[in-house]
Design a protein around this ligand. Structure first.
Ligand code: NAD
Length: 243
């Protein structure tokens, strides 16, 4: 058990992911303590369940923290990256839709602080990423197809996760093709299929609950503790024992 809990700043705290983070962090008071919750607009209440809430415009006044966990929007991204650099605090970010310029700022921040940015914080997808790369290397020349399925409200296609898995396949030498299904309330399914002559490998991940992303982000926050500055992938942190 840690002698003192890890101090977290949750950025995007009123959103679906932010709320899941606050709820799950509260289950581990011996390891995790949320010291600030930051929302885009002025919070309706200043203190909720003992947690201090701040508006994004008040970010500079946030108390000391060890790790910021950011699931907000691209317009809030630069400010939290800058604050982490100024405070020498680690950063875990799952905010999607960031620009190339914002990615470059993230790379620059990694010179000063340890950080993880991922389009999918599920630990299962991190394992799948590794398996896909390994399979692609092993079955050179086979067709590689990635089929992703999501709920009908999702607008981008292929999903960021499908593209991340495609990049893993490409590192292994495959040339992935993509297909996207939008149906009902599917949280997220990714099938990576390698097809040869008379045989086929199917690697699949199914998400059944959004909490997996929040749990993965909290896992990453704990694993970043004590690490040297740099940009880490979730899969880099998987082999380390939980702190
Ligand atoms: P949401 O719309 O429910 O919540 C967004 C939050 O960001 C709110 O708290 C809002 O107040 C805050 N916000 C808005 N503008 C801000 C600003 N300028 N500064 C600070 N905070 C600001 O969204 P959500 O479903 O919780 O998702 C949040 C982000 O996380 C999205 O980018 C989404 O795509 C991404 N996401 C990533 C993963 C992953 O595993 N990487 C999983 C789910 C969602």
């Amino acid at each position: 058990m840690n002698p003192t809990p890890l101090r977290l700043l949750v950025h995007g705290a009123s959103g679906r992911m932010g709320q899941a983070l606050l709820r799950l962090a509260a289950d581990h008071p011996d390891h995790l303590k949320v010291v600030a919750a930051v929302t885009g607009r002025a919070p309706a209440q200043r203190v909720v369940d003992g947690i201090a809430f701040f508006a994004a415009s008040e970010l500079a006044g946030a108390p000391a923290f060890d790790v910021a966990i950011d699931f907000s929007l691209p317009e809030g991204f630069d400010a939290i990256v800058q604050l982490c650099v100024e405070r020498r605090a680690a950063l875990v970010s799952g905010t999607t839709g960031i620009s190339q310029f914002q990615r470059e700022r993230l790379d620059a921040a990694a010179v000063t602080v340890p950080l993880v940015w991922a389009s999918n914080f599920s630990l299962g997808v991190a394992v799948l990423d590794e398996l896909v790369e390994r399979a692609a290397k092993a079955v050179a020349g086979w067709d590689c197809d990635i089929v992703e399925s999501h709920h009908t409200r999702k607008q981008d296609a292929p999903s960021g996760t499908a593209l991340t898995l495609g990049a893993a396949a490409a590192r292994g030498g495959a040339q992935p093709h993509y297909a996207s299904l939008r149906a009902g309330d599917i949280i997220g399914e990714h099938l990576v299929q390698f097809t040869g002559q008379g045989e086929r490998i199917e690697l699949v991940h199914r998400a059944t609950n959004r909490d997996i992303f929040a749990r993965g982000a909290l896992f990453a926050a704990r694993q970043l503790q004590g690490r040297a500055p740099g940009s880490y992938r979730v899969r880099d942190l998987l082999d380390a024992p939980a702190g």
